[in-house]
Write a protein that binds this ligand. Sequence first.
Ligand code: FE2
Ligand code: FE2
Length: 182
Amino acid sequence: MTERIDVVELLKAQHTKIRELFDEVANTKGEERKQRFHDLVRLLAVHETAEEEVVHPFARSNIEGGELVVKDRIEEEEKAKQALSRLDDMDPDSAKFLDEFAALRQDVLAHAANEEEYEFAHFRRAADRGKLENLARAVQAAETLAPTRPHPGTDTALKNVAVGPVAAVIDRTRDVVRKAKG
Ligand SMILES: [Fe+2]
Ligand SMILES: [Fe+2]
């Protein structure tokens, strides 16, 4: 029997993966850094879009002060997406990239900590396990179309679609999540 993951466990695991990818981008160079950065763009775009479509709407109506908590988180996410788009157009080995990347890393990690403390920490009191498992499934649906890492043997054309510009990844993820929500 497979254990079902609830949305808090899933989002925290994604935050850990995001932290690891930030480290990998910082600790590599050249082509490898480029690839790790594309992985990060994809994971962040998928993660934040799924939060906006599935997780924040739940928080807004189910936790105390949800409206305000979510408003602040969405502002942080908008800022991060803009920074991500700017970085996507830069040479990953340039000084400008490294400066902006360091700022983004700090902002995104603070954002994730804020979500865990002010938002997700209240979920288990707000809903039962079944509901939180359903939310996790909707977040996971976002990952199926925009995989966070290309699968081995994936052809190049497909890979290029998957890494595409930030806005395209966000749009595609939004479509998938909305369909999954039905
Ligand atoms: Fe977020
Ligand atoms: Fe998050």
